[in-house]
Design a protein around this ligand. Structure first.
Ligand code: TRP
Length: 448
């Protein structure tokens, strides 16, 4: 069995080295496994929650798409798309919103943190908090449940969101699954092995600390960033503490064990920091140089990127469209066409109960009508002098003997022994007339 792995990347920034080592590289490696069915997407609807700068959103989408492709994501094996190209996702998000408990969402860390901050600042608890932020986990649940992902690789800060997706999916299954699992319940995967890179200052590399090394900046930008890595003040020739140096930690994340051992020995042997930085630069350049070329080529051809992403979206929608159809059915958003068919079905059944109604006319004569299932009159008999003769004719019409139906003007008559014994009302046109004759034959054929 294949494992469906799904993860989203919020498109608000430019990928840096920390994103590469911590998320992109392991995700691309995982996507190559024979039993992996990977869904990686640009979470650009999520980006709108955090960012109201259209230019930045657009730039980031382009850069992130180019980054993943340049680093070797195989879009023929994985499914790579933009969230905003899948209209089924916001639609599913609404279906899930209708079952997600408000209390559940009240407990989301990101929302709670914003509320706490407001309260601390003496503001209204919900000051500046959008419904987008509040509903963020529901949209994320839609991303995940839409494709029935088994595994969702995320950072620790996202574990709660994946658990909420489970909760919401479970609730939906319970309410609408009629005993079957509409949604696969996902599991968060935290890669313990994966490197959390230190930034230039030694804290975790993060855009919010402004301590990042650009992934695909120019060679000069890379060199400049490395030059800013903070080291201790040991002079050239003095032994360095490799394990106490985040420069060494950065080096380790990209080096083979042999390279690591060699670098460590050199540092302990007194390698100058300037020279050490140069080693790191060479290492990163060899790791990323070719990918940077590919990246620049991709960025230069945004129309090609557009095509690749639209093809990814088409691939994803092959799953999303029919599945959403099932889900709409499940909640009761169904086509009326089916309703019409059932109504027709009922009519057919009821046709068996098309019925004769006998009555006495004002002048005392005896007559009967034949009504179809819908209660519409198909026939009105002539006037009989007594109930018995009316009954006999009525019986013969139901006996199954061949019917002698003759069209007359806008309607038709039914004949027995060269006598017209009953007539239809007038119909609007020939089509309606034919249909009525068909109904008459059907009604009489199914009379017992
Ligand atoms: N919220 C995730 C983050 O900020 C991004 C994301 C959106 C995501 N939808 C997802 C991750 C679905 C995994 C699955 O990192």
């Amino acid at each position: 069995m294949t494992t469906r792995i799904l993860t989203g990347i919020t498109t608000t920034g430019t990928p840096h080295l920390g994103n590469y080592a911590g998320a992109i590289r392991p995700a691309i490696v995982a996507s190559r496994a024979a039993d992996a069915d990977s869904f990686y997407f640009l979470a650009d609807y999520h980006a709108l929650i955090k960012c109201d700068d259209p230019a930045r959103i657009q730039r980031s989408r382009l850069e992130i798409a180019a980054t993943w492709l340049a680093l070797g994501l195989d879009v023929n094996k994985a499914t790579f798309y933009r969230q905003s190209d899948i209209p089924e996702i916001p639609e599913l998000c609404w279906l899930l919103t209708c079952v997600a408990g408000k209390g559940l969402l009240n407990r989301a860390h990101a929302y709670k943190a914003s509320v706490d901050k407001n309260v601390e600042a003496g503001e209204d608890p919900d000051a500046g908090i959008t419904m987008g932020l509040f509903s963020y986990p529901v949209l994320m649940a839609a991303d995940i449940l839409m494709f029935n992902a088994h595994k969702v690789p995320v950072g620790r800060d996202q574990i709660q969101h994946v658990e909420m997706a489970r909760d919401i999916g479970q609730r939906f299954n319970h309410l609408f699954g009629a005993g079957r699992e509409l949604f696969t319940l996902p599991e968060a995967v935290i890669e313990e092995e994966v490197a959390t890179l230190p930034g230039l200052d030694g804290r975790k590399m993060s855009k919010s600390y402004d301590n990042t090394i650009p992934l695909f900046g120019s060679a000069k930008q890379l060199k400049d960033a490395i030059a800013r890595i903070v080291t201790d003040s040991r002079l050239p020739g003095e032994p360095k503490d490799a394990d106490g140096s985040h420069l060494f930690t950065l080096y380790q994340a990209f080096a083979t064990p042999a390279q690591q051992a060699e670098f460590r020995a050199e540092l302990e042997g007194g390698l100058a920091w300037g020279e050490a930085k140069n080693r790191l630069y060479q290492l990163l350049e060899s790791e990323l140089g070719e990918a940077r070329e590919r990246y620049n080529a991709l960025i230069a051809r945004p129309a090609d990127l557009e095509d690749i992403l639209l093809a990814g979206a088409a691939k994803a929608r092959k799953i999303a469209t029919p599945f959403l159809g099932e889900l709409r059915e499940a909640v009761g958003l169904r086509s009326f066409r089916e309703q019409v068919q059932t109504a027709a079905g009922e009519k057919k059944k009821a046709a068996k109960s098309a019925r004769f109604v006998s009555f006495r006319d004002e002048d005392g004569s005896f007559r009967f009508r034949l009504l179809d299932a819908a209660g519409e009159q198909l026939l009105l008999s002539k006037a009989f002098a007594d109930g018995k003769s009316a009954g006999m004719v009525n019986k013969r019409l139901q006996s199954g003997e061949p019917l002698d139906v003759r069209a007359e003007g806008q309607g038709f008559g039914v004949w027995l022994d060269d006598e017209c014994v009953a007539t239809s009302p007038a119909f609007a046109d020939a089509v309606a007339l034919d249909a009525a004759i068909a109904r008459l034959r059907e009604a009489l054929a199914t009379q017992e």
